[in-house]
Write a protein that binds this ligand. Structure first.
Ligand SMILES: [Zn+2]
Length: 251
């Protein structure tokens, strides 16, 4: 079963008047609002990745009609400061993917020191969860999972799930591959660890129930506007990246 449910990928959100340099991973609060509004005005409703996976698994195409998903990778504190209040105020849900070794700390996985950022602490993650936002795992260390020996890969899949599930008091069931890197072994390990779905970074807006561990996503930048959104929703993005998806599926 296939369903056109765009899963948008964000990383950092900042105030509209922020003076800091915006990398491609930053969007302003008003851009986030604009993307949400584009869908809300057309009668779409936001759902979590967990809900998307449930509907794909159950073959429930009706429930996936006119739905969209917002995801935030890396657990940056600015998600809590700028995305959370906005999304709450407009009735939009989202899934936040957190690398658990960094909870309440600064990132250090990027080579350039000035790219380090603060990551949400336990209280902030718990507040998001209590307000109905899904918390998902982004592994423990934000490493390339395909490069890990099985024992460490499996440990990160299980430990990150246990840490987050323990924190929020309910089972964490979806995953986002750090850097979008995965292979057949990583997918199998995620399944065995008890996840129900995982987000890739392969582009497209159409999800396939047979490939819930290779959910396609669409990266949003400050330049993403109405024309691009129409393009994403037309199915042309899936067509453009069909070879990447096929290669990933065949593993
Ligand atoms: Zn990441």
């Amino acid at each position: 079963m296939q369903a056109r449910v765009p899963v948008f990928m964000f990383h950092h959100v900042e105030a509209d008047d922020a003076s800091t340099h915006r990398s491609a991973l930053f969007v302003s609060q008003s851009k986030l609002h604009e993307i949400a509004d584009w869908f809300l005005e057309r009668g779409f409703e936001s759902i979590s990745v967990k809900r998307l996976a449930e509907c794909l698994d159950g073959g429930d195409t009706a429930s996936l009609n006119r739905k969209f998903v917002f995801t935030f990778d890396d657990g940056a504190r600015n998600n809590f400061e700028y995305a959370y209040p906005l999304l709450s105020s407009i009735g939009c849900t989202a899934t936040f993917y957190v690398p658990t070794d960094y909870i309440g700390m600064s990132s250090d996985w990027r080579k350039k020191k000035n790219r380090s950022f603060e990551i949400m602490g336990e209280d902030e993650i718990l507040a998001l969860s209590r307000d109905g936002f899904e918390i998902g795992s982004h592994g423990c260390k934000h490493t390339d999972l395909t490069a890990l020996a099985f024992a460490e890969l499996n440990r990160q899949m299980l430990d990150s799930k246990a840490v987050l599930s323990g924190l929020i008091g309910s089972d964490v069931v979806t995953f986002a591959y750090p850097y979008g890197l995965f292979d057949a072994r990583v997918v199998e390990c995620a399944k065995q660890a008890g996840y129900s779905a995982a987000c890739s970074t392969i582009r497209g807006a159409t999800q396939d129930s047979k490939h819930a561990f290779i959910l396609k996503r669409i990266m949003v930048t400050e330049g993403t506007g109405s024309i691009r959104l129409r393009y994403f929703m037309s199915g042309l993005l899936d067509f453009e990246y069909r070879k990447e998806f096929r290669a990933a599926v065949s593993g």
